[in-house]
Design a protein around this ligand. Sequence first.
Ligand code: ATP
Length: 235
Amino acid sequence: MLKIEDVNTFYGNIQALKGISIEINEGEVITLIGANGAGKTTTLMSICGIVPPRSGNITFLGSSLLDKEPDEIVAMGISQVPEGRRIFPYLTVQENLDMGAFLRKDQEGIARDREYIYELFPILAERRNQAGGTLSGGEQQMLAISRAIMARPKLLLLDEPSLGLAPLIVLQIFDIIKKINTENKTTIFLVEQNANLALKTAHRGYVMENGAITLADSCENLLENEAVRKAYLGM
Ligand code: ATP
C-alpha cells in the first residue's frame, strides 16, 4: 500500500533521514520505534508532503507522493494524527469531528461514522457539546484520533499517541487502535517511543537510529531480539 524507498530527507544541510525503506501492506499495523530525535516524526512529515524527501521515492497505492501537496495526499486517503494532538480547542467535540470529514459529501456516512466514534469513545459522546480545549489530555488524544478517522483514511498515521498520558489511558487508546484496524479495516502506521506497547500492538516493526532503519522484523521477533530488549524495552 505504502512504499518508502531509499528516502533521504534534510532540514537545510542536516540530514534527518538516511536512505530509509519501509513497506506497509494493506490491513497491517506497522510500528516505527526509536529514541528521541531518531527521525520518526520526520518520516511521517515526508509521507505527508510537509517535509518532502530530497531523494528516493514514496508511493501510495502505486502513485508517487513526491509531486503531491499535503492536501492532495490527504485526499488520496492518508490522515495523520500529529504529535501533541492539536485539536481545535475552541470548537466543540462534535465540530472537531466534523472538521475531520470536511472533504466528504456523504452526509449519511458522516453521521454513521460519528455514531461509530461515539460507540468507540463513549466519553466523547458525553462531551459532544463541550469545547475540545476543556478535555483532558487522554480525551484530546481520543478526539484527535477520531477526527482523523472521520476522513475515512485508507492509511492512518499516528505520531506518539501515548505521549504524556497516564498508563491506563494509554492502554485504552492502544486497544482502540487495534479495534480500528480489525473492525474498520484501516491500515495503521504507528510511530512510538513506548516500544513495549507498540510491539505488542503492531504486526511488524522497524527500528530507527540516527535517521536510518537498523532492524525490520515481525513484532514477535523484535520483542525477543536482544538488542531491542536492551535498548528499548529496558531489559
Ligand atoms: P521525537 O520523538 O523527539 O519526536 P523523532 O524520532 O520523531 O524524535 P525527529 O523529530 O524526526 O525525531 O528529528 C530527527 C532529527 O531532525 C533530529 O536530529 C532533529 O533535531 C532534527 N530536526 C527535526 N525537526 C527539525 C527542524 N525543523 N529543523 C532542523 N532540524 C530538525
